[in-house]
Design a protein around this ligand. Sequence first.
Ligand code: SF4
Length: 493
Amino acid sequence: MSKVNLKEPKVVIREVRLGSITGFEGTACKLVQCSRSGKLKDSVRSFSQCMGCSSLNAFCQLSMITDAAVINHAPVGCSGDFFTFNFVYRVGQMERNLPPAMGRYFNTNIEEKDTIFGATQKLEETIREVFCRIRTEAIFITTSCASGIIGDDVEAVANHLSQELGIPVVACFCEGFRSKIWTTGFDSAYHSIVRKIVKPPQKKSNKVNIINFWGSHVFDELLEKLGYEAEYIVPFSTVSQLERISEAAATIEVCPTLGTYLGAALEQIYGVPEIKSPPAYGLAGTDNWMRELGRVLDREAEIENIIKQEHEKVLPQIEKYRSKLKGKTAYITAGAAHGHALISLLKDLGLEVRGAAIFHHDPVYDNGDVTSDVLAHSVDTYGDVENYSVCSKQAYELVNILNRVKPDIMIARHGGITLWGAKFGIPTLLVGDEQFSFGYQGILNYAERILETLDNREFVTNLAKHSTMPYTKWWLEQDPFSFLGVNERVEFY
Ligand code: SF4
């Protein structure tokens, strides 16, 4: 178990804290074995096309706190992600019937001369200007490669301005160069929230924290039946709501890759129990998760009743979907944990999962509990997955693998990846809402979307006919892992 240390302004990166990796090729079973035996080694690429940045992941959690502002202490180019989150924020407001509001995002515009003379003065002036323009309840400062390299003392500025303005001004250290694993940015955002926003509990509440992105509110009904109330965090929360998450009865994570650090921090520091079962995807996964929820909330009998009723309702429908999907093949590319959970879901529906390219791998989560391991649960329950790789969104590898595997359907978690399926004429499904496939109803939801996608094959067939491929025949005939260091590949003992 990793120890959360709130005295440190910076979160320890995932490579060091959890032993996480971004390079592996083999099978899912081998990856689980290596993770369990402490023999997991990152395989380095000698060629890399692009990667994500922790700053974006930190921003994705901080940018939708409804009464806070975010200042990106960076060259202006690092703020290229602002528009995406402003869009997501507005769409989320409409879905939740919230009044329209723009995101309050700012950038300090670090320029060349600032990298010589320092940019803390600029940061101080920006914080004062932001507070003067919009009286927010908190201001978060996200750092960048530039501010990190020149060594700006952002923590000192944040502490000084907190005193001056009388609101939390919080430094979130998420420089892109600190970690190859961009999900470290989630941890940075949560570290800053737990360190400077969350207050010690005054009383216990009947709320259950749901660490999620901005997904649908699928937990309301279930928790109400159990006498609890869902508290969706962090997007669309207010600062005062976040102050009180230490009083919750439990914490649910829609994806352990997202919530591992916050779930563990709330349990370690404030005793809020974390639901440690893999998330509720697929039948067996949902049963396990429900039972763990019942155990933690002391509602075991009620949960058994719900499981019985839900099985009666969904099993006949799942059988119908299984008969339609039997023999269909699938390939998955997604972030860790969510991608693992989707493997279980697809196998439950009778699809043959021919392979997966998962963006990174955490051999353990912050709670140190092996029962939380989503990939291990999938392998133990549904068997191995061949052609399993850990791939930090390297399109050249993915294209080469797709050309060999040629699945009936590709499941992609991130928008920019779906085009590769289409270029090969492979129907590709993208579901942005993680909660869409959560629980018993989620199995049916996903099955329906898969059938719709398969029915639309003609669209991608035509697209493939008229599109060009930037990769040559030469590359498509090479080993897809030609650039994954041969001497550094994961060793099996
Ligand atoms: S913080 Fe670094 S990696 Fe991230 S966008 Fe800025 S320069 Fe790129």
